[in-house]
Design a protein around this ligand. Structure first.
Ligand SMILES: [Mg+2]
Length: 216
């Protein structure tokens, strides 16, 4: 077996829903209007996330990075990352948010993740400008497209998804092994999709030991 871990960032690797928190802080009015509609699935992530980010003034960007530098990680993440690296199982961060945020938060541990897929921003205009290499009809960062492409290149067997919210939903429905918490667990239960619930990475690491025994 050759498991490849596709792991969400905000609210999964970070303990709190950092990305939504940042949007609420730097574009409060639009956040109040648009975020509930993305959660109840009446507004696409593609429209909502772009409109939110592009209403943030670029001068706030250093402060956003500073917040991310101080964002607490979910319990057990760094130990789990070590464990995966020791076993030769890659961890790919797939975020519906900004790649820069992942780099800031992980700091010296950034080099231990295999790769990061997410949004890129430009800050040379008055407002942030968002770019994605992985758009789909409904998503700005299409996690199913990334899982498909990277999973194939890396011969993932099986691909494993870890996530917590609406940006993980489509990918989770298509993925054979899913660890879910919070809103994602709710969405998957409603749809009858099997998943392993988790609160922290200690539990995921324990499940990995059982699913992928060392001698198998
Ligand atoms: Mg998340």
């Amino acid at each position: 077996m050759n498991p490849v871990v596709f792991c969400d960032f905000d609210g999964t690797i970070t303990r709190d829903e950092t990305f939504v928190g940042i949007l609420r802080k730097f574009t409060p009015e639009k956040s109040r209007e648009l975020i509930p509609r993305m959660y109840d699935l009446t507004l696409t992530l593609k429209e909502g996330v772009r409109e939110l980010l592009e209403s943030v003034e670029s001068r706030h960007y250093p402060e956003m990075l500073e917040i991310m530098r101080n964002a607490p990680l979910r319990e057990g993440f760094l130990t789990f990352l070590d464990y995966l690296n020791a076993r030769g199982f890659p961890l790919i961060v797939v975020t519906g948010g900004l790649e820069d945020f992942v780099r800031e938060t992980l700091g010296p541990f950034f080099k231990e993740v295999h790769s990061v897929y997410g949004l890129k921003v430009r800050t040379d205009g008055r407002f942030l400008q968002v770019r994605s290499d992985w758009e789909s009809g409904t998503e700005l960062v299409s996690k199913p497209r990334i899982l498909e492409a990277a999973g194939r290149t890396m011969r993932a067997d099986p691909p494993v998804l870890i996530g917590d919210s609406v940006t993980d939903l489509e990918a989770a429905l298509a993925c054979p092994v899913v660890f879910a918490r919070d809103r994602l667990a709710g969405y998957l239960s409603e749809r009858g999709k099997t998943f392993c619930p988790f609160d922290d990475f200690t539990e995921i690491q324990r499940s990995f030991g059982e699913m992928f025994p060392v001698d198998a």
